[in-house]
Design a protein around this ligand. Structure first.
Ligand code: NAX
Length: 330
């Protein structure tokens, strides 16, 4: 076996962390033959809980797990890491405005960006899950100038998986038959789940569904509001599915996308498809040798253009608010 890949999970004592560390340790992301060293970060009051998680990791007797480091110190957690799942974030509390939530998280991701800059490998691949994920990823990268911007991404894979699952259910086919659903924009209520270019067993999803009103109406709303529906049912937010999506995202980044298919990731916008540049916008990407490329040349109709504008505008507003928080703190 090769030397272990060092993988950091922040918020490791939380709900998503609980499922995620098991999935990483079981080989689902980096391969069943690849040993991993798990670096688990949480805040000081959560150390006893994190200790319990470590006990359970040991009790899972996972062959891939060579080492577990549990800490509340980002400089220890990020030391020489190859991959980071930044899940830990400030949750929205009752009565909290969106701007207050953004401000609290900007501060966390600024500190973590600085710590990544100082301690992680320059080749580290960073996936931000903690919300607001796109803008947190932007801030994190801004404060880690020695790490290439392409090494930061935000998670919209859960939204993509939700979209694929809805299409599969609608057509009564296995979810694995559905390919190339796209999530454009922000991981928020403005995201645009788009199946215009998706296929089911090689045929157009649009033709197979044959119901444009549903595709442009209820389907989009369903995917946009799925997180809320899970909370209403479970009284807790999505955790198992979020952990699975984080693993899917990192596995695609590590192993590449199969010929002819693409995945959605929040990445630095270069202005493709007329989107605002300089925000973390979710695009369809293909991945080869650890590098993602935005899929180019997909036809965008007026309906889609309108949706891209709305979600892009929200991302620009979030970015401006976040940068204002950063400069006020300087
Ligand atoms: P939990 O509240 O269960 O866990 C979060 C953990 O992060 C806690 O243990 C907390 O102590 C820790 N934490 C807080 N500040 C930290 C810091 N500065 N450093 C390290 N750890 C810190 O939340 P959970 O359900 O696990 O969700 C985590 C985040 O994922 C939330 O921001 C949530 O909104 C976000 N999500 C993002 C999704 C996406 O698709 N991008 C979907 C799922 C999820 O809602």
């Amino acid at each position: 076996m090769a030397s272990p890949i060092k993988v950091c999970v922040t918020g490791a004592a939380g709900q998503i962390g609980y499922s995620l560390v098991y999935m990483i340790g079981s080989g689902a992301v980096f391969g069943a033959d690849t040993p991993v060293s798990l670096h688990l970060l949480d805040i000081p009051p959560m150390m006893p809980v994190l200790n319990g998680v470590c006990m359970e990791i040991a009790d899972c007797a996972l062959p891939c797990v060579r080492e577990v480091v549990a800490t509340d110190d980002p400089s220890v957690a990020f030391k020489d890491i190859d991959a980071a799942f930044l899940v830990g974030a400030m949750p929205r509390k009752e009565g909290m405005e969106r701007k207050d939530l953004l401000a609290a998280n900007v501060k966390i991701f600024k500190v973590q960006g600085q710590a990544l800059d100082q301690h992680a490998k320059k080749s580290v691949r960073v996936l931000v899950v903690g919300n607001p994920a796109n803008t947190n990823a932007l801030i994190c990268s801004q404060y880690a100038p020695s790490i290439p911007k392409e090494n930061f991404s935000a998670m919209t894979r859960l939204d993509q998986n939700r979209a694929q699952a809805q299409i599969a259910a609608r057509l009564s086919v296995p979810v694995s038959d559905v390919k190339n659903c796209i999530i454009w924009g922000n991981h928020s209520g403005t995201q645009f789940p788009d199946v215009r270019h998706a296929t089911v067993a090689g045929k157009s999803v649009y033709d197979a569904v044959n119901d444009e009103a549903w595709i442009r109406g209820d389907f989009i709303t369903l995917v946009q509001k799925r997180g809320g529906a899970v909370i209403a049912a479970r009284k807790l937010s999505s955790a198992m599915s979020a952990a699975k999506a984080a693993c899917d995202h990192m596995a695609s980044w590590w192993q590449g996308t199969p010929e002819g298919s693409y995945v959605s990731m929040g990445v630095f916008s270069d202005g493709s498809y007329g989107t605002a540049s300089g925000v973390m916008f979710s695009f369809p990407v293909t991945i080869k040798d650890g590098k993602w490329s935005i899929v180019q040349g997909l036809p965008i109709d007026d309906f889609s253009k309108g949706k891209l504008e709305v979600t892009g505008k929200e991302l620009c507003e979030e970015r401006d608010d976040a940068l204002a928080v950063c400069s006020a703190a300087q």
